[in-house]
Structure formats: C-alpha cells, structure tokens
Design a protein around this ligand. Structure first.
Ligand SMILES: NC(=O)c1ccc[n+]([C@@H]2O[C@H](COP(=O)([O-])OP(=O)(O)OC[C@H]3O[C@@H](n4cnc5c(N)ncnc54)[C@H](OP(=O)(O)O)[C@@H]3O)[C@@H](O)[C@H]2O)c1
Length: 262
C-alpha cells in the first residue's frame, strides 16, 4: 500500500490518451511529441515557433503559444476546451538557459529564465488540473502532468544562478503537487535530465559529461512513465552522483562545487 501510494499509474499505451506537448518545436519536447505521433492517437503540440511545429506535425494539431504571455495561454486553454476529447496527459517542456554567474548577472535575462521555467507553469497547471478534478468521472484513466525539470535543480551550482533556482523550485512544486493531487487520482511526474544535446546546451563551452541525444532522453522518459515513476532522472551515471551530493554536509559540498568555478 505504502509503496503504491508513492507511484503513478503506469502509462503503457499512448493510443488511449489525448496528449498535449508544450515546447514541442525542438529538443526533448520535439522527440517526445514525435514518438507520441507514432504511438498515439490524439496529440496537440504547442510552442512559439509555429512553422517548426507545422513542418513536423499535422497542422490542425499545432498551436502557437508563448507560455509567458497570459493571453496566449488563455487562448490555448480555450482551444483545448473546444476539442472533442479533453487532454489527459501534459508534457510541459519549455525551458531556457543562459550560463550566468552572480558576479555578472543580467537581471532581465534572469527574470526571463524564471518566467519561462517556473512562473509560466502556474496558470495552465491550475486551470487544467481544476478541469481534471471537476471532470473526474469523465476520465477512465488517471490524468497525468509531466514537468521537464533538470538535475541542475538538485544543488546550487556556480554559473547557474537563474536556471538552477528555477528548476529547484519546479522540483519542489512537483513534490507538493504529487501528494496533494493523489487524492483526486491525478498523477505527477518530474523529469530530471543531465546534459542532452539540444539548442539549449549549444551555448555551453565546457565539456558536458555523459551527454546524450534527445532520442535517448525521450526513451528514458517513456521508460519511467511505463514504470509509474514520480521522478525520472538520467543518465544515472550523472544524476545519481548529483543526488548523493545533496546528502553531504555543506563544507564538503562547497569543496566540490567550488571546483566548478573555473
Ligand atoms: N538540454 C539539456 O541538457 C537539458 C538538461 C536538463 C533539462 N533540460 C530541460 O529540457 C527542456 C527542453 O529543453 P531542450 O534541451 O529540449 O531545449 P530546446 O530545444 O531549446 O527546447 C526548448 C523548448 O521550449 C520552448 N519554449 C521556450 N520558451 C518558450 C515560451 N516562452 N513559450 C513556449 N515555448 C517555449 C521552445 O519552443 P519555441 O522556442 O518554439 O517557443 C522549445 O520547444 C527544458 O525545460 C530544459 O530546461 C534540458
């Protein structure tokens, strides 16, 4: 009983689900959506770069969306309400990143990162989960919200003064939502990838350990969902080491993270 309460219902068959992938124009979100296009039935994809979406997905399933713009989000919700079957799985992938240290902070950029990666999740999450709670009888399977976060949220790392905190807060939000929404049979997952070769990591000039392709990342995500995991983290060779750092006394943690300053 205790162990099952800490799990989600496994998603074994996407052909039975109606899926929204936000941030599907490139990288991890694109790979996830592309897999679902082949596995599934009802798919809706959203991002700012509509032309990229329309190149890869059928036009009537593509929605232009800027998650930081309230009107744009409300329009998305309106469009979802008009669909024949309401979505019951959401992959929330939008994220931006700029390497940034506190000594050279760009405040505008830091606020933009926080808005895209964290603040933008509240409105759609609140509206969609409310609909799931109110329409509970209409769903034959548990609705499932999946956030793409990052291992960068595990520890405070130098050079990541906006991105890291935004992902740490997202992990925290997911932990709270998992417990609160269990009572309504709503499942929550948080995905914490290490380095993935995408537009986002192109700007890193350092060697990224254990970097993987977006295809491998999406494979890990689907494996975690089949297992009903709350947290899906990979590649394990990096994510487990970073997880263990969390348990170190600060004097040892700072000894290790200060080496990253260079
Ligand atoms: N790559 C990595 O190593 C790595 C590691 C850990 C976590 N992650 C996380 O994985 C997620 C996907 O990133 P990625 O690596 O696949 O990079 P990416 O290729 O740059 O994808 C980012 C996606 O977010 C969308 N997006 C950004 N700003 C948006 C906005 N204001 N409104 C709507 N959509 C927006 C982009 O679409 P448009 O630009 O078309 O709007 C794009 O589809 C992010 O949350 C990132 O933090 C990545």
């Amino acid at each position: 009983m205790f162990l099952t309460r800490n799990k989600n219902s496994p998603i074994l068959d996407f052909s039975l689900r109606t899926v929204l992938v936000v941030g599907a124009s490139s990288g991890i979100g694109f790979e996830v959506a592309n897999q679902i296009k082949h596995l599934g039935r009802n798919l809706i994809v959203a991002a700012r770069r509509l032309s990229l979406l329309e190149e890869n997905f059928s036009t009537n399933t593509c929605i232009e969306l800027d998650v930081t713009n309230k009107q744009s989000v409300e329009l998305l919700l309106e469009k979802l309400n008009k669909k024949q079957s309401f979505i019951d799985v959401v992959f929330w992938c939008p994220g931006i990143y700029t390497p940034m240290s506190y000594t050279e902070i760009d405040i505008e950029k830091a606020v933009e990162i926080t808005n895209v990666n964290l603040t933008s999740v509240y409105l759609p999450f609140a509206k969609i989960t409310k609909k799931w709670i109110n329409g509970r009888d209409g769903f034959s399977r548990n609705p499932h919200w999946i956030w793409v976060s990052s291992v960068a949220g595990y520890n405070g790392l130098p050079g990541s003064c906006a991105y890291g905190p935004s992902k740490a807060a997202l992990n925290n939000l997911a932990e709270a939502a998992f417990v609160e929404l269990k009572a309504f049979n709503i499942d929550i997952s948080i995905v914490c990838p290490g380095f993935v070769r995408t537009r986002l990591t192109e700007k890193n000039s350092f060697k990224m350990p254990f970097i993987i392709s977006p295809a491998k990342a999406s494979k890990e995500i689907f494996k975690g969902l089949r297992r009903g995991n709350f947290e899906i983290h990979f590649p394990k060779s990096l994510s487990i080491v970073l997880k263990l750092l969390k348990f170190l006394p600060y004097k040892f943690l700072f000894l290790i993270t200060s080496k990253l300053l260079k």
